[in-house]
Design a protein around this ligand. Sequence first.
Ligand code: NAD
Length: 356
Amino acid sequence: MKQVEVAVIGTGWCGGIRAETLSRSALVDKLHICEIRPDRLAEVKALTNAATATLDYQDIIKNPNISVVYISTTPEPTHFPIARDCLKAGKNVLLEKPIALEFWEADELITLARRNGVKFTIGYSQRFNTKIAYAKKKIVDGTLGKVVSVMVSRHLSRSLGKKIANRTKLSPAAMESTHDLDFVFWMLEPAKPVRVYSQGAYGVMKPLNGSYDCMWNTVTMDDGSVVVVGGGWNLPPSYPNYSTTWIEITGTEGALTLDGTYRDNWLNTVEGGTRYPMSTMPGEQVDHVFAGQMGPETIHFLECCMLDRPVMVEPVHARMVMEAYTAADLSAERNEPVSLPLDNEALARIAEWNRR
Ligand SMILES: NC(=O)c1ccc[n+]([C@@H]2O[C@H](COP(=O)([O-])OP(=O)(O)OC[C@H]3O[C@@H](n4cnc5c(N)ncnc54)[C@H](O)[C@@H]3O)[C@@H](O)[C@H]2O)c1
């Protein structure tokens, strides 16, 4: 059987999931892992029986036998240099979102991947959520008619909000609703976003990094449909990294409501109180089965590389999503709608932010 050597760089929460998934796959000849925290490196090495474990990602770059690399590092400014070096070395790359922090970085990664003829994708795992896949199918096969509106409401527990908000100034639109903007734009293809109006509200997160607790983004598409995506990260402590979603899609011929609140799995213990297991955004390994999206997403990318199939998330799409959430941040700051694609004046303002 054909097998490949793969690597995971950054084996924290998500990278740990990816490494464990890969370690279970018959498609993987050898798994290599890289992590700058020696204790976590040792833990994941023991869990996955990795062939090699290193503190320096250059060891992955230098190993010509490794053809597929998953980059799951934080803080987010590490994404660009590590992805750039991997793509330059001719590796196929799955990079966790965000694709980059600046547009020129995203453009450089896209160009490098094209030039080197390698696969490059972004980890928008929600595309592998079976409910989201079903919604896409029902839109594409015409069951709902012409889509008129899409509403996504997502809230995370504040422990996750704090983890994300502590390491970067990125907003809930950029760090959380990014997943929802990605899959809604994908569902509505070939329609494109043309205008974003966003409002944010402060709560518990402001003292941590000045960020909103919640942002609600209204996006107008060029076919006239309207998208409303709300994302927040201030729910009280709950199941570790609890995420709850409610989705409503209306069309001229039908409507689809998707309940992603996970209230159908209710664990109640004396020690932990009410918990909703398997509710995190990536999902989790449950003994022999993966409950959620990151496991299937990890294997899907490996199969794309081995069978030369198209990737699920085109990096140019991730760049469009990046433009939409950046417009949302600008809109919330200015208290007025922002047009897409971003014009020179908006780009200048964003460049100013990035210099701060
Ligand atoms: N798809 C999803 O559902 C989903 C969910 C959560 C997070 N994410 C994304 O995944 C990424 C990882 O998030 P996380 O929650 O797993 O973060 P994490 O902080 O738990 O793990 C990141 C790991 O990267 C390591 N690291 C940092 N620099 C490194 C380097 N140069 N070389 C090797 N290792 C390095 C850190 O030590 C840490 O262990 C983030 O960018 C986040 O946006 C995606």
